[in-house]
Ligand binder design. Structure first.
Ligand code: HEM
Length: 161
């Protein structure tokens, strides 16, 4: 089923806004994760503020934006000539986004929730766990933006056949 041009644009606007918003929210999580480490960037930062703030950013922004980006991406793929399995750039984005959305729901959200509840008593190692995941997520999301704009690697065998 193909989207009409009007619907295609509406979904594309929502898709780009949600996807790039997700990147922004992950950048905020990264800043909070670094602040939580203390030292130069986190001097005077109270863990009892940092980790509940990270939980709020995660629940109020990262979760809804990631699900919206995933769902609208699916609609933009299935509702246009791009298809979901016809071009490598779409398939790669779909795989990366699905993996990231699952990690957001089942690893990041429970992890940040537990950190918010135990903010004062987190060890240095536990605090460190809130720096690497948002760094990786930001990198993958920038990669997703690049894939969307350059659209590399051509068609899959499925599209040719
Ligand atoms: C389920 C995952 C995703 C799928 C299947 C998907 C699929 C698509 C498709 C098919 C388009 C072209 C739409 C059209 O021209 O009508 C598109 C555009 C775009 N997507 Fe995604 N996407 C996904 C996730 C993401 C993510 C996570 C990001 C960025 C963080 C992203 C960023 C963009 C951008 C910037 C465009 C606009 C590119 C242009 O101007 O042509 N997408 N996406």
């Amino acid at each position: 089923m193909r989207l009409t041009p009007r619907w295609r644009k509406a979904f594309l606007v929502t898709h780009v806004a949600a996807s790039v918003g997700w990147l922004g929210a992950d950048a905020v999580l990264l800043v909070l994760g670094i602040a939580g480490l203390g030292g130069t960037f986190g001097t005077g930062v109270d863990p009892a503020v940092v980790y509940p703030a990270a939980e709020l950013v995660c629940v109020a922004l990262v979760v809804p934006l990631s699900l919206t980006a995933w769902l609208t991406g699916l609609v933009c793929a299935l509702g246009t000539r791009w298809g979901l399995l016809r071009h490598w750039w779409v398939l790669t984005k779909f795989a990366m986004t699905t993996l990231m959305a699952v990690l957001v729901l089942f690893a990041l959200t429970p992890g940040v929730r537990a950190a918010a509840a135990a903010a004062q008593s987190l060890s240095n190692q536990e605090r460190g766990q809130f720096v690497v995941p948002p760094s990786v997520a930001c990198t993958l999301l920038v990669l997703n933006v690049a894939l969307s704009v350059y659209k590399p690697w051509g068609r899959t065998r499925r599209a040719a056949g």
